[in-house]
Design a protein around this ligand. Structure first.
Ligand code: GAR
Length: 205
């Protein structure tokens, strides 16, 4: 696609999902392009990876800042880059209601569980302790309730008898890298087809 939906990725750490999103254009002609990687952790490895892909980066520590004020700064930066869709990729910080409202229906997240099961943190350890047969990952739209928005893609991973949280996380992560780019692509394609060519101007209002 020539005219792509402008995506801002938000991350806090390793950045392997950001990398999977950035690499997707090697195997497909995605409807999105990543125009910014933003982080609340200035030393996040994901920012280094993003720069290697030629993606612009922005970072500011949230420490000592009010959540709503910090999120306003992030929104300003996303708007400066004319971002249309926000993809959370290991962004380990709650978003303020104002931020979610500002990007209503245009924030996606990847979560390492089969939502609605195991919202929050430490999902693999909790799934193992509960004796589940399957773990997995979900791509969902972000709403004001934590890990609660509509699921748009999901992948199941069979739990093995000897799994540890780490071994399970590694297999689930492979699935995250497979489904997140596809889900973001489908989402952006649908958005583009519905809104074009006014998507950017609509967001600026
Ligand atoms: C991923 O497993 C992602 O699903 C999870 O953090 C990891 C980030 O890894 N996200 C959450 O738990 C959000 N609730 P990455 O930085 O290598 O993409």
């Amino acid at each position: 696609m020539a005219d792509k939906v402008r995506v801002g990725v938000m991350l806090s750490g390793r950045g392997s999902n950001m990398q999977a999103l950035a690499q997707y254009k090697r195997i497909a002609d995605p409807a999105f392009e990543i125009v910014l990687a933003a982080s609340n952790v200035p030393e996040a490895r994901g920012l280094v990876l993003a720069r290697r892909f030629g993606i612009k980066t922005w970072a500011m520590s949230h420490v000592g800042r009010d959540r709503a004020e910090f999120d306003r700064l992030v929104t300003d930066e996303l708007r400066r880059h004319e971002v249309e869709v926000v993809a959370l990729a290991g962004y380990m910080r709650l978003l303020s209601p104002d931020f979610i409202r500002a990007w209503q229906g245009r924030i996606l997240n990847i979560h390492p569980s089969l939502l609605p099961a195991y919202k929050g943190l430490d999902t693999h350890r909790r799934a193992l302790l509960a004796g589940e047969d399957y773990a997995g990952c979900s791509v969902h739209l972000v709403t004001e309730e934590l890990d609660d928005g509509p699921v748009i893609a999901q992948s199941r991973v069979k739990i093995r008898g000897r799994d540890t949280p780490e071994s399970l996380a590694a297999r689930v992560l492979e699935e995250e890298h497979r489904i997140y780019p596809q889900a973001l692509d489908s989402f952006c394609r649908a958005l583009w087809e519905a809104d074009q060519p006014t998507i950017s101007s609509a967001l600026k209002k």
